[in-house]
Design a protein around this ligand. Structure first.
Ligand code: NDP
Ligand code: 2IT
Length: 449
């Protein structure tokens, strides 16, 4: 495990003792702090202003009760969260996750990552995250609507176009954003389009937002390939997950001439040497909210479905973890290395464990961290806010071009910053330092707040 700079050890110890049991949050903080040694050595002003300590403490944390009535008339109870982490660069911005594993430590890790990711986009957005331990799986549309309405009945008082702008994440897509926006509009009596992003196209949404995270990740990998004089042409890719990020990552890999030969959900993974059939995947997962096993069954003998084992055992040139945190561990990383994988880029937030990252870096596999590689989603959310503010809507082509430019610029900033700090080619160091310095400078300018 990389060592922490001496100055940063007490900062990390304080995070652990002030946030007991929140292991994912500790992990996300440690990963950033491990990169910051050369920065504090070069810039003592960050230490003087206690900038790093302040950055690790959320500006505001909101936890609330979410009662709702299910279709059988029973009262159900969930817990809602919004962690407003840092607003030095703009209003808090980040998604809402509805998944049974959500607790404060998950929301804090995601909110912390979001600060640096949003900074890297170059857009005026701070960092935040929220969600609930509500499980939408198996719930009717009416139940999801009642849950969202109850959730927003508390959340509305904390958010706003200039305050905090939520969006989707795991378990929160266009349907949920619709119910949330409807309730916000009803309670406030204001058609405030810029309060949420990921909206539908007829009510203030932006073209390309649905595709943005997956497309952005693949644009980022395309930049990695082209700096090495290579391209997606003929490359075999494995993409974990089969939700929003995974589906559009697969689509863009195929558009750029690569072939995605495996994807997964929380029950298992499917391998299809001829390439995943995207139309069927969209029908099963996006439209019918079905399972990957149904997809495999529909594909017949061309697909091989496994309920056990790891998707990372499938040989590939490029691996894109696009499901959830800590889904690719040290053993998986060794397997990828043994199979000749050249690039791992995180479409999900923190999908690779610290051990996996160590293995990949030590073996010369090029690794792109999520805060750089999956920033296209939130960047396009910021483009949605821009369209809302100007009451305009842009074409698909123009918006996609903006997204691609943003991903190129993030890629360039990562490499330039890594170079500047003596870590040539290291995207982790580049992303952490470039994301950090912009926020830290703004925090210093704004005083001790
Ligand atoms: P979705 O809910 O659309 O899809 C999530 C996918 O990951 C599903 O295939 C799901 O399987 C699988 N999955 C979720 N949780 C687990 C788990 N605990 N174990 C195994 N598999 C799991 O979410 P998204 O595609 O939007 O998000 C995927 C990742 O990308 C997350 O890490 C998210 O934070 C990150 N991200 C999302 C962005 C966005 O714009 N949506 C932007 C940037 C990052 P199953 O169907 O079985 O639940
Ligand atoms: O993790 C993420 O960047 C997201 N879930 C998207 C956040 C957003 O505000 O679009």
């Amino acid at each position: 495990m990389p060592v922490l700079d001496e100055q940063l050890i007490p900062v990390f110890d304080e995070v652990v003792s002030r946030n007991p049991g929140e292991t994912e949050f500790h992990q996300a903080v440690r990963e950033v702090l491990e990169s910051l040694g050369p920065v504090v050595a070069k810039h003592p002003e960050y230490a003087d202003g206690e900038v790093i300590r302040r950055l690790c403490e959320p500006e505001r944390q909101i936890i609330f009760r979410v009662p709702w009535v299910d279709d059988a008339g029973r009262v159900q109870l969930n817990r809602g969260f919004r962690v407003e982490f840092n607003s030095a660069l703009g209003p808090y911005k980040g998604g809402l996750r509805f998944h049974p594993t959500v607790y404060l430590g998950i929301v804090k890790f995601l909110g912390f990552e979001q600060i640096f990711k949003n900074s890297l986009t170059g857009m005026p957005i701070g960092g935040g995250k929220g969600g609930s331990d509500f499980d939408p799986k198996g719930r009717s549309d009416a139940e999801v609507m009642r849950f969202c309405q109850s959730f927003m009945t508390e959340l509305y008082r904390h958010i706003g176009e200039y305050t905090d702008v939520p969006a989707g994440d795991i378990g929160v897509g266009g349907r949920e954003i619709g119910y949330l926006f409807g309730q916000y509009k009803r309670i406030t009596n204001v058609y405030e389009s810029g309060v949420l992003t990921g909206k539908g196209l007829t009510w203030g949404g932006s073209l390309v937002r649905t595709e943005a995270t997956g497309y952005g990740t693949v644009f980022f990998v395309n930049e990695m390939l082209s700096t090495g004089g290579d391209s997606f042409d003929g490359k075999r890719a494995v993409v974990s997950g089969s939700g929003n990020v995974a589906i559009y990552a697969i689509e863009k890999v195929h558009q750029l001439g690569g072939r995605v030969i495996a994807c997964s959900d929380s029950d298992g993974y499917v391998v299809e040497e001829s390439g995943i059939d995207l139309d069927l995947l969209k029908e099963v997962k996006e439209e019918r909210r079905g399972r990957l096993a149904d997809y495999a069954q529909r594909r017949g003998s061309s697909a091989c479905y496994s309920a056990n084992g790891s998707i990372w055992s499938v040989p590939c040139d490029i691996a894109l973890p696009c499901a959830t945190q800590n889904e690719l561990n040290g053993t998986d990383a060794k397997q990828l290395v043994a199979n000749g994988c050249q690039i791992v880029a995180e479409g999900a937030n923190m999908p690779a464990t610290p051990e996996a990252i160590d293995v990949l870096r030590a073996s010369g596999v090029r690794f792109a961290p999520g805060k750089a590689a999956n920033a296209g989603g939130v960047a396009t959310s910021a483009l949605e806010m821009q369209q809302n503010a100007s009451r305009d809507s842009w074409t698909f082509e123009y918006t996609e071009e903006r997204l691609e430019k943003i991903m190129r610029s993030i890629h360039r900033r990562c490499l330039e910053t890594a170079d500047e700090y003596g870590a040539t080619g290291d995207y982790v160091v580049g992303a952490n330092i470039a994301g950090f310095t912009q926020v830290a400078d703004a925090m210093l300018a704004l005083g001790i707040i």
